[in-house]
Design a protein around this ligand. Structure first.
Ligand code: ADE
Length: 300
């Protein structure tokens, strides 16, 4: 259990953007299927995730795919048909793990004594009926790119299943039980575990109460509070550091000016670093005039 003292589950109690209906959200349960559950110990045991687990805003069960093997050597991979390098994840352990877990209530996981030897019955031939409301997400470079819009969609689910691929890929027939595929971006990492952690983090910070301040993630870059812009520069004490003073407006006490300055900085930040986001951002006539004065020309 992450953050508790028994087993694999966290305690049950314990532009390109979309407005998230955060006020009405219920807790979210994550079932994560991986060959390397210990990879999750650090990232999921700190900071915002830790607090969300403690406040029962989320719960997490880590399921070791290998636990669902019955052969003597607990093999989860094999050589690819047709030759070629690398190893492919076998379909049976993954499908057995996912079908066994998702046909049981959120929070269920295989008891340590039952690993390998006392698995619930499962049919390799007949597909289990999985709950339609639970997305079964494969983390893969072939998936749709993860964006704040994708995160906003995931937050609407009460239970999410994340399958972490490894080796050179998974047997194609696993896709029979997959309802969504998500990629971190156009590059390859060694497995889906880091991608799963990123999804847990991005989804969790959207939940009311997960962040320690009232507006939560609303003012994050890419979030609705910023209309699809990047967040501008921020400052804290000291007022002078290495001969660089903070912008005087921030200590003017004039809230309207501070807000306008922040908006303009967000516009400049986006113009400098990700100008293509401006085409999808929600911009007021004042924003457009400001951008125009700074050399931005919208391209259709
Ligand atoms: N596994 C390997 N590469 C990946 C990526 N880019 N996104 C998600 N999972 C992956």
């Amino acid at each position: 259990m992450i953050g508790s003292d028994s087993g694999e589950c966290a305690p049950d109690a314990g532009g390109d953007f979309v407005e998230t209906q955060i006020d009405t959200l219920q807790p979210i349960h994550f079932d994560i299927f991986t060959l390397f559950p210990t990879m999750f110990a650090g990232p999921l045991d700190e900071s915002i995730i830790r607090r969300a687990l403690d406040k029962a805003l989320i719960s997490i069960c880590l399921h070791n795919i290998r636990d669902f093997t019955t052969d003597r050597h607990h093999i989860c991979d094999d050589t690819p048909y047709g030759g070629g390098g690398g190893m492919i994840m076998k379909p049976e352990p993954i499908v057995r793990a996912v079908e066994t877990v998702l046909t049981r209530p959120a929070g269920w996981s295989l008891a340590p004594d039952d690993v390998y030897v006392n698995l619930p019955p499962w049919s390799p031939e007949t597909p289990a009926v999985l709950p339609a409301a639970t997305p079964v997400i494969l983390l893969t470079p072939q998936g749709r790119p993860l964006t704040q819009t994708v995160v906003a969609g995931l937050v609407q689910s009460r239970r999410l299943a994340l399958i972490c691929g490894r080796y050179e890929g998974i047997d194609e027939r696993v896709r029979q039980i997959v309802t969504d595929e998500i990629s971190l971006g156009d590059y390859v990492i060694s497995g889906g575990e880091l991608a799963a952690m990123i999804i847990v983090d991005a989804v969790t910070r959207q939940l009311p109460g997960a962040l320690g301040y009232a507006l939560g993630a609303h003012q994050d870059s890419h979030s609705p509070g910023l209309d699809g812009l990047l967040e501008g520069p921020q400052y804290t004490r000291p007022p002078l550091f290495r001969n660089q003073a903070i912008p005087p407006v921030l200590i003017s006490g004039h809230h309207a000016n501070v807000n306008r300055w922040r908006r303009e900085q967000a516009l400049l930040e986006t113009l400098a670093k990700r100008p293509e986001l401006l085409m999808r951002a929600t911009l007021s006539p004042k924003d457009l005039a400001f951008l125009d004065a700074h050399g931005w020309t919208p391209v259709a």
